[in-house]
Design a protein around this ligand. Structure first.
Ligand SMILES: [Zn+2]
Length: 458
């Protein structure tokens, strides 16, 4: 068993609770640039307080990134370095009237801690800090070197992560990386992701006239709303297959191991139907692959928003001069935003929609860790020790998006996520929370993981 007992984990975590609360009180809303510098400094202090070396790094026009370093102890392996990726920024707290507590005043009710940013991602950062401190108090010290990369722009799409990694790749050099997040599901199983999907986000626009017209003119004048929906409809058939030429060809085929791991992921279609109140069957009912495979291995093409014409109460008969759609494409390994843009453009032109303007607004590359990497087993086995043999679920990559790609590219590390969220954490939503029991367990997982990593083959 570990040099650090579960009792010690709890003692350290409780001792640091005031510091944790102060960290949660900082209103580090990146979208609004609130208290960003103070929060970066607070992260620096939290690292330095327990004997780490920390630097607040800055690049022009970017929120600071905090670097942290702790050297392996005398009985540790200083040849190995584990990097923690976390972020100190949070989402805006609105709608305020839906909160039952003050968003920036951490409040515990029935062993649940409520605060904006607690689940995403301040508790995970604090759990890492507590785990490191627990080892600093032992005679042997830390099992391996530990570094931190704590950014302040995750909630606005991490536009400068790659710039920081490029500029400071030597500083952040590491062998393995633990990502910010991980949540328990309705069956109390902890999900551990080995990657993320990427995203390419577009605005599509049609302008068919200088002014909106009386809709009697629909007899002769084209309608931008019709043009746009026809263009969109040409991209997907009623069986929910994306019909853009070459769209599926970009996919790096999943390996046998990836397929096996995805087949073992628990998925309950009824739970999804209930959670979201779905009124239609799952779209995978008509597709030649399973929901699990869809979530992990397949790209999506989603109309995220539509805007045109009159949408107020009652009737107003106009012929809209313009129409706009927001489209997001979730990318899996093999897909690059620029290639996707090229295919979509070619598709529109080929189908006579040259007048549909398509603009790439933002993009993130996908990333998936090689599941053969020994670190995958180290993380999974250490989690099983803490959470239980049948309470840990590996997914080759999450269905969502995050800035992992640069870490793979510039640092060449395997990346796995572990965190203290649960199914009702409500990240980005009002009443965001974590269960305190999950928090202690998360600290314990990091404690066990550091030691398992020291003794692993790589
Ligand atoms: Zn978030």
């Amino acid at each position: 068993m570990s040099q650090v007992s579960a009792k010690e984990v709890k003692r350290i975590s409780d001792k640091n609770m005031d510091l944790f609360y102060d960290y949660l009180r900082l209103e580090s809303v990146s979208a609004q640039g609130r208290q960003i510098k103070q929060t970066a400094q607070a992260v620096q202090v939290l690292i330095e307080n327990i004997g780490g070396e920390a630097k607040v790094l800055e690049l022009e026009g970017a929120h600071p990134v905090v670097y942290g370093f702790f050297e392996a102890g005398q009985a540790g392996d200083s040849e190995k370095t584990l990097l923690f990726y976390d972020h100190y920024d949070v989402q805006p707290e609105d709608p305020l009237d839906e909160w039952h507590t003050e968003p920036f005043e951490p409040t515990v009710k029935d062993d649940i801690l409520y605060a904006r940013g607690v689940s995403d991602n301040k508790a995970n950062f604090m759990a890492r800090i507590n785990a490191v401190e627990a080892y600093k108090n032992t005679e042997e010290g830390l099992p391996v070197n530990v570094k931190f990369f704590v950014e302040g722009e995750e909630e606005i799409g991490s536009p400068h992560v790659d710039d920081y990694l490029k500029a400071y790749s030597d500083l952040f050099a590491a062998d393995v990386c633990i990502w910010e997040a991980g949540s328990k599901d309705s069956e109390e199983r902890l999900g551990i992701s080995a990657g993320v999907k990427g995203i390419a986000y577009y605005e599509a626009r049609v302008n068919s006239a200088d002014i909106d017209m009386h809709s009697s003119l629909a007899a002769i004048a084209d309608n931008s709303a019709w043009r746009l929906v026809q263009a969109l409809a040409s991209m997907r058939n009623t069986k929910n297959e994306i019909t853009v030429d070459g769209f599926y060809d970009m996919m790096t085929p999943p390996t046998d191991l990836e397929k096996k791991v995805s087949a073992e992921m628990p998925f309950d279609p009824n739970a999804s139907k209930q959670t979201y109140g779905l009124k239609h069957p799952l779209i995978t009912d008509q597709l030649p692959y399973s929901p699990e495979e869809a979530l992990v291995f397949y790209p999506t093409l989603t109309i995220s928003g539509l805007l045109s014409g009159y949408t107020g109460p009652g009737a107003k008969t106009i012929l809209p001069r313009q129409a706009m759609a927001k489209i997001d494409v979730r990318l899996v390994p093999g897909y690059e935003p620029d290639k996707v843009t090229k295919l979509l453009r070619e598709h529109l032109d080929k189908h006579g929609f040259e007048d549909v303007d398509l603009e790439l607004i933002t993009s993130v590359m996908p990333f998936r860790t090689d599941l053969e990497d020994p670190f995958v087993e180290t993380v999974i086995n250490s989690a099983k020790k803490v959470y239980g043999e049948d309470k840990v679920v590996l997914e080759p990559n999450a269905a969502g998006t995050g800035p992992m790609y640069g870490f793979g590219k510039y640092l060449n590390v395997p990346i796995l996520g572990s965190g203290v969220e649960w199914e009702k954490s409500g990240a980005h939503a009002p009443n965001e929370n974590i269960r305190l029991a999950d928090f202690y367990q998360g600290v314990e997982h990091m404690v066990v993981l550091l030691e398992s990593y020291q003794h692993s083959e790589k």
